[in-house]
Design a protein around this ligand. Structure first.
Ligand SMILES: Nc1ncnc2c1ncn2[C@@H]1O[C@H](COP(=O)(O)OP(=O)(O)OP(=O)(O)O)[C@@H](O)[C@H]1O
Length: 271
């Protein structure tokens, strides 16, 4: 049986005044999948994420969530945004309220949920992102990494089926990256399907099951080890081969490792 798709986009054409960025882009996201989205600066990753979330209207093409096609009516858009949440690269584009709890409660309150339910969702999403201790803090006092996790908590409080993250680890220190990825593991364990846009090919290989590369207005998608081993595609998209695949190729290991442990296993397992 074919895998169930939670999200599917086909034939997207989208852009801005005088510039078409996406020219027939498509994406298929199986339920529960973790997909790394890659592409050069300006290739259209954010534009694609905005189309998938309903924040940007393509001039043609379709976006479907669990078989429901995104229409142009306000009700349909509202329902789509409840199911698909986008977290922007810059948290300051997303945080507006005076304190953290208020900010995270914004989405659930807009859904018209009762106050107890809103409070429960705020608690839950702050805990999932590992930032419960920041609940009462003014948002403007937070560090960049804290603001990124609080902005993500705001999206998580909507309990979306699909979470689209635009460069969630960019600008974070190594511990911050680790904390963000640990938070994503908790969300994935709860059944959330995650798309993570990044320029970090090593992270994409280690984290993703599938990868998609935006190139010339279209998308090339497949298993992460296939996509990130395709030297022609990588060069065209101004990306380099992730180090585990590079090392395995140079050592002639004949495997497609995603992590250091895979290489150690390949080197220490007798043939
Ligand atoms: N609001 C906008 N108005 C006009 N042009 C825009 C707008 N947003 C993006 N663009 C243009 O669309 C193109 C694609 O931008 P987009 O942000 O989608 O790329 P990206 O792959 O996410 O880039 P990066 O990796 O640098 O974040 C770029 O040429 C950009 O200048």
């Amino acid at each position: 049986m074919a895998e169930a798709l939670v999200l599917r986009a086909t034939g997207l054409h989208a852009g801005y005044l005088g510039q078409e960025v996406l020219r027939g882009a498509g994406l298929e996201l199986p339920t529960g999948c973790r997909l790394a989205l890659l592409g050069a600066n300006g290739s259209g990753k954010t534009t694609l994420l905005r189309c998938l979330s309903g924040a940007h209207r393509p001039s043609s093409g379709t976006v479907e969530v669990a078989g429901n096609r995104l229409g142009s009516g306000r009700g349909a858009l509202r329902e789509h945004r409840r199911r698909v949440q986008l977290v922007l690269q810059d948290p300051d584009d997303q945080l507006f309220s005076a304190d953290v709890s208020q900010d995270v409660s914004f989405g659930p309150m807009n859904l018209g949920l009762p106050p107890d339910e809103v409070r429960a969702r705020v608690r839950e999403s702050l805990a999932l992102l590992g930032v419960s201790h920041l609940a009462e803090r003014p948002t403007h006092q937070l560090s960049y990494g804290e603001r990124k996790r609080v902005a993500t908590a705001g999206a998580v409080a909507m309990r979306p089926e699909v979470l689209l993250l635009d460069e969630p680890t960019a600008g974070l220190d190594p511990a911050g990256v680790h904390e963000m990825l640990a938070a994503l593991e908790r969300l994935i364990a709860q059944g959330t399907t995650v798309v993570l846009a990044t320029h970090d090919v090593d992270l994409a290989l280690a984290w993703g099951e599938q990868a998609a590369v935006v190139l010339d207005g279209t998308v090339r998608q497949g298993p992460v080890t296939d996509i990130l081993a395709d030297q022609t595609l990588l060069a065209a998209a101004r990306l380099h081969r992730p180090w585990p695949l590079e090392l395995a190729a140079r050592l002639g290991l004949g495997v497609a490792p995603r992590h250091l442990d895979d290489i150690v296993t390949a080197l220490t397992t007798p043939h």
